[in-house]
Design a protein around this ligand. Structure first.
Ligand SMILES: Nc1ncnc2c1ncn2[C@@H]1O[C@H](COP(=O)(O)OP(=O)(O)OP(=O)(O)O)[C@@H](O)[C@H]1O
Length: 319
């Protein structure tokens, strides 16, 4: 990577004798959305705190926007907006007043504050409720206000720790869409931490799987999936309107296709495993045989499979 915005080199943290982060090396590029994925206690928050200069590494280095976070935490703070897993605001002030206060505390010129706060509320989709007291805000609204809190300071990097915690499913989708839109619009680099695989899959350009303080694997979902499941057969399931019971010619014809490994015919479905992607050939053949196809499904491997496979390997190693 040419000019990484976040660069971690051998980052290590001990708490007493417990090694919580273990030689973490990682680069994140400008405008990238990166997901640090790991179970509770993996060391995500500790890593984030070291990136912000709020916790001192036992070894290694965290550089953000070219600044050593440990040596110069104040300069890093100017470049990075951080949203902890629970965001606090003054409940008896309106959202706009809260945001103005944040602007003031961050040294934004008084004549600029109101305009900038209002503009930011529009950006995060809270313009119509900005005069409401934050005590009456839902968790999802507070998370949006958390983004506004970051954006009003004009950062280059956003670090969001478990941002989807406690938001309802519809709210999560909207929140993640918003993060992605903001990142793309403003060229913001985003680091999210989470143990919610599906959420990260929706928003991240690249993810790192982080377990027991170690980065076990990183890349985009497709490349991780390729590494883990590249040798796996393709699994295709075709469902039919008519009963396939006793139609031995269908099975025989499928078995003659190149790349077929196995065929299982049931009453209204055929399960096919193949060594390469030949779904179109399968469909063509079945249509040619006059089968009334009602559905075709190809198993694809997502983050859940990656995670499950990864932990399966882990538990095999430990057993
Ligand atoms: N200040 C501290 N002193 C001692 N141990 C700590 C401290 N902070 C964290 N730990 C321990 O370090 C490990 C990693 O914690 P960390 O909070 O970084 O994990 P995490 O991946 O963010 O998990 P979670 O999702 O639960 O927040 C845990 O075992 C935790 O108990």
């Amino acid at each position: 990577m040419e000019h990484p915005v976040i660069e971690l080199e051998g980052l290590t943290k001990y708490y007493g004798r417990q090694k919580v982060v273990d030689g973490l090396t990682l680069s994140i590029g400008r405008g990238e959305i990166f997901g640090l994925i790991g179970p509770n206690g993996a060391g995500k928050t500790t890593t984030i705190l070291m990136m912000l200069g709020l916790s001192e590494p036992s070894a290694g280095k965290a550089t953000v926007c070219g600044i050593d976070a440990t040596r110069n935490p104040v300069a890093v703070k100017r470049k990075v907006g951080y949203m902890p897993d629970s965001v606090g605001f003054y409940d008896n002030l309106t959202a706009l007043e809260n945001l103005q206060l944040i602007g003031r505390l961050n040294g934004i010129a008084e004549q600029e504050i109101i305009g900038r706060a209002q503009q930011t509320m529009e950006l995060v989709g809270l313009a119509d409720v900005m005069h409401k007291k934050t005590g009456a805000y839902s968790r999802g609204m507070k998370q949006r206000l958390g983004l506004a809190d970051i954006l009003v300071r004009g950062p280059e990097v956003m670090i969001l720790d478990e941002p989807t915690l406690g938001i309802d499913p519809g709210g999560i989708q909207e929140f993640l869409d918003l993060v992605r839109r903001l990142s793309r619009q403003q060229g913001l680099t985003v680091l999210l931490s989470s143990h919610h695989l599906h959420h990260m899959q929706q928003v991240c350009d690249r993810v790192g799987i982080f377990v027991e303080g170690k980065l076990r694997m990183e890349g985009d979902i497709a490349s991780i999936s390729g590494k883990l499941f590249g040798q796996e057969p393709c699994l295709v399931t075709v469902t039919s309107r008519e009963s396939l019971t006793g139609q031995t010619s269908v099975e025989a014809a499928l078995r003659d296709l190149e790349g077929i490994q196995d065929v299982t015919v049931e009453e209204h479905s055929i399960g096919i495993s193949c060594s390469t992607e030949i779904t179109p050939e399968i469909v063509q053949l079945l249509v040619g045989l006059g089968i009334g196809i009602t559905g075709v499904q190809r198993k694809s491997y997502g983050l859940d499979d990656i995670y499950a496979r990864f932990f399966d390997n882990q538990s095999n190693k430990h057993s």
